[in-house]
Design a protein around this ligand. Structure first.
Ligand code: CAA
Ligand code: NDP
Length: 291
C-alpha cells in the first residue's frame, strides 16, 4: 500500500519527533492532541530541531520550510479520517490508548493501518479491541526520534503480511532501520533496557551509589552515552514505571518489581525532564542531582 498521509496521536516528546521525521521524509502529517498547548509546543520544537539540522548543513532551509508545510495540527480525532497510516503516541496507559482507538475507528477508511508507538503494552490486546486486528501493529520509535536509527516493528497475532511490509517500507523511507520483535511485554529494547534502569534506581535506593556516581560509572565504565538515571529522566519516569509494571504483570516474575523509589518519584510528580525534576533538578542552569 502507498502511504501518503500519516496521522499521529499525542504531541508529546515522541509525537513531535515522529511528526518531524515523517514530514521531512515527504509524508503529509496530521498531528492530534487533547491540548492546544501541547500542539503549539510540538510545532515550535519541530521548527527548532529542523532549523538545528539546517544550521549543521544536514538539510536545507527549503527542506525545513517544506517539512513544516506538510504538518497540520488538530484537536479533533475525526480529522485523521483521510490518513493511510495512524501512529498513536499518547500516554503509556492502556485505558487511554483503548479510548483513543474507540473514538477514532468510526472515522477511519477501511484501508487505514492503525499502529501504536507503545513501549510495552500488548499489541495483540490493543488490536483485539479494534475492527482491524489484521491491519494493526506496533510501530516503536526510539527517543530522540530524529537521532535514533532504530524502529521496532511488532506484529500482533493477527497482523497480516501486507501491513508489516507497508510499515517496513515507511521505516525505510525515513532512512531508519527496522527490527522485528515478537509481541511479548516490552518487546526487545525495553525488555533489556528498562530492567537496567530499574536496577540503577535500586542501586540508588539501597545507597550503593549517589545519582552522580551511578551515572558516571555507567558512562565512563560501560561507555553508555547517558547514565541510566539521566536516561530515565529523559524517557520520563512515568513511562519507565508504566513499562516496569507491564513487565512485572505480564511476565509474573519478581525480578521485574518496580523499585519503590521510582514509584515515589512518580507519585511526587517528579517525572524527569518533562516536569523539570526527576533524579536531577533541571530548573537551574545545570542539572543538580536530587539525591
Ligand atoms: C523508552 C522506549 O520506549 C524506548 C527508548 O526510546 S529508550 C531510549 C533510547 N535512547 C537512548 O538510549 C539515548 C541515549 N543518549 C544518546 O544517544 C545521546 O546522549 C543523544 C543522542 C541523545 C545526545 O547525544 P550527545 O552527543 O550527548 O549530544 P549532542 O551532541 O547534543 O547531540 C548529538 C546530535 O543529536 C542531535 N539531537 C540531540 N537531541 C536531539 C533531539 N531531541 N532532537 C533532535 N536532534 C537532537 C544534536 O543536534 C546533534 O546533532 P549533530 O550530530 O548534527 O550535531
Ligand atoms: N519517552 C520515551 O522515551 C518513549 C516513549 N514511547 C512511547 O510513546 C508514547 C508517548 O510517550 P511520550 O511522548 O514520552 O509521552 P508524553 O507524556 O511526552 O506525551 C504524551 C502526549 O499524549 C497526550 N495525550 C494524552 N491523552 C491523549 C488523548 N486521549 N488523545 C491525544 N493525546 C493525548 C498528552 O497530552 P497531555 O500532556 O495534555 O496529557 C501528551 O501530549 C507512550 O506510549 C510511550 O511509552 C516510545 C518510545 C520512547
Amino acid at each position: 500500500m502507498d502511504v501518503k498521509q500519516v496521522g499521529i496521536i499525542g504531541a508529546g516528546q515522541m509525537g513531535n519527533g515522529i511528526a518531524h521525521v515523517m514530514a521531512l521524509a515527504g509524508f503529509h502529517v496530521v498531528l492530534n492532541d487533547i491540548s492546544q498547548q501541547s500542539l503549539d509546543n510540538a510545532l515550535s520544537l519541530i521548527q527548532k530541531n529542523l532549523s538545528r539540522q539546517a544550521s549543521r548543513g544536514k538539510i536545507t532551509e527549503a527542506e525545513v520550510a517544506d517539512a513544516m508545510g506538510r504538518i497540520s495540527t488538530t484537536l479533533v480525532l475525526a480529522d485523521l479520517g483521510k490518513t493511510d497510516l495512524v501512529i498513536e503516541a499518547a500516554t503509556e496507559r492502556e485505558s487511554v490508548k483503548q479510548a483513543i482507538f474507540e473514538d477514532l475507528l468510526p472515522h477511519l477508511q477501511p484501508h487505514t493501518i492503525l499502529t501504536s508507538n507503545t513501549s510495552s503494552i500488548s499489541i495483540t490486546r490493543l488490536a483485539s479491541r479494534t475492527d482491524r486486528p489484521e491491519r494493526f501493529m506496533g510501530f516503536h520509535f526510539m527517543n530522540p526520534v530524529p537521532v535514533m536509527q532504530l524502529v521496532e516493528l511488532i506484529r500482533g497475532i493477527a497482523t497480516d503480511e501486507e501491513t508489516f511490509k507497508t510499515c517496513q517500507a515507511v521505516v525505510a523511507k525515513l532512512g531508519k532501520t527496522s527490527a522485528s520483535a515478537e509481541d511479548f511485554p516490552a518487546f526487545i529494547v525495553n525488555r533489556i533496557l528498562m530492567p537496567m534502569i530499574n536496577e540503577a534506581v535500586y542501586t540508588l535506593y539501597e545507597g550503593v551509589g549517589s545519582v552522580r556516581s551511578i551515572d558516571e560509572s555507567m558512562k565512563l565504565g560501560a561507555n553508555h552515552p547517558m547514565g541510566p538515571l539521566e536516561l530515565a529522566d529523559f524517557i520520563g519516569l512515568d513511562t519507565c514505571l508504566a513499562i516496569m509494571n507491564v513487565l512485572h504483570d505480564g511476565l509474573a516474575d519478581t525480578k521485574y518489581r518496580p523499585c519503590p523509589l521510582l514509584t515515589k518519584y512518580v507519585e511526587a510528580g517528579w517525572l524527569g525532564r518533562k516536569t523539570q525534576r526527576g533524579f536531577y533538578d533541571y530548573r537551574g542552569d545545570e542539572p543538580v542531582p536530587t539525591r
